[in-house]
Design a binder for this molecule. Structure first.
Ligand code: G3H
Length: 254
């Protein structure tokens, strides 16, 4: 049985005091980590306070990106070592917004995924097709390529631990959710790709999230699907009440 994982991605939102208040308000209401993994992925400036505030509670803290090198002349970047030093738990890698606006490629996604494991960070690797690719029936082959390259070179143990977030680009922030069948179909395909790459033990263990306009009204149906183990949530993760409802749905999902 795979443990559900609900991750909020605040993107470039919230001032430090607002983020701090959010985590302090929700931390006692979040259920035990035995039932559901609850993750808040915040901008870098929030991380020192949030990792402190979440310690001793069941909220885990994630970053939204990182460099793959440990240190060096990379002005404006943050290294995996720096995140590990702050006791950050998760890091989102290859979000479509990074791929679209900041030249993230399958190659850098792979380097970052490997670097995450070298620095005790759990990667949440994002994949997903554009509307044009969907309309051209290229979804499965495109997503398969992204998954294969992202996970290339991982050990079986690492591949079991990776979280894959399937986020169709046309469903992000648009209010247009993929139907639960559409989402599950691609998540099931991703599991098949992982099976082909690493074997059945790994494919049965790996957790696959859906992301794209997830909200309290649609999460139960999505989590009810055979191959969807959680959600990566943007807009609806910004309000405490909604985020807690999503976490509750995760807790009840298995
Ligand atoms: O990382 C989260 C996704 O991009 C989904 O964003 P959204 O829930 O606002 O559609």
């Amino acid at each position: 049985m795979r443990k559900p994982i609900i991750a909020g991605n605040w993107k470039m939102n919230k001032l430090v005091a607002e983020g701090a208040r959010f985590v302090v308000d929700i931390r006692e209401k979040v259920p035990s980590g035995d039932e559901v993994d609850t993750v808040v992925c915040a901008p870098f400036v929030h991380l020192p306070f949030l990792t402190e505030a979440a310690r001793e509670y069941h909220v885990q803290i994630g970053a939204q990106n990182m460099h793959y090198e440990e240190s060096g002349a990379f002005t404006g970047e943050v290294s995996p070592q720096m995140l590990e030093d702050l006791l950050v738990d998760y890091v989102i890698i290859g979000h479509s917004e990074r791929r679209q606006y900041y030249n993230e490629t399958d190659e850098t996604v792979n380097k970052k995924t490997l670097a995450a494991f070298e620095n005790n960070l759990n990667p949440i690797v994002c994949v997903g097709e554009t509307l044009e690719q969907r309309d051209n029936n290229e979804t499965m082959s495109f997503v398969e390529g992204q998954v294969r390259q992202a996970l290339d070179g991982l050990t079986e143990e690492q591949a079991k631990q990776v979280v894959i977030a399937y986020e169709p680009i046309w469903a992000i922030g648009t209010g247009r959710t993929a139907t639960s069948e559409q989402a599950n179909e691609v998540c099931a395909h991703i599991r098949k790709v992982v099976k082909d790459q690493f074997g059945e033990d790994v494919s049965e263990a790996v957790r696959i999230q859906y992301g794209g306009s997830v909200k309290p009204a649609n999460i139960e149906e999505l989590l009810g699907m055979s191959d969807i183990d959680g959600a990566l949530v943007g807009g609806a993760s910004l309000k405490e009440e909604d985020f807690l409802k999503l976490v509750e749905a995760g807790q009840n999902a298995r």
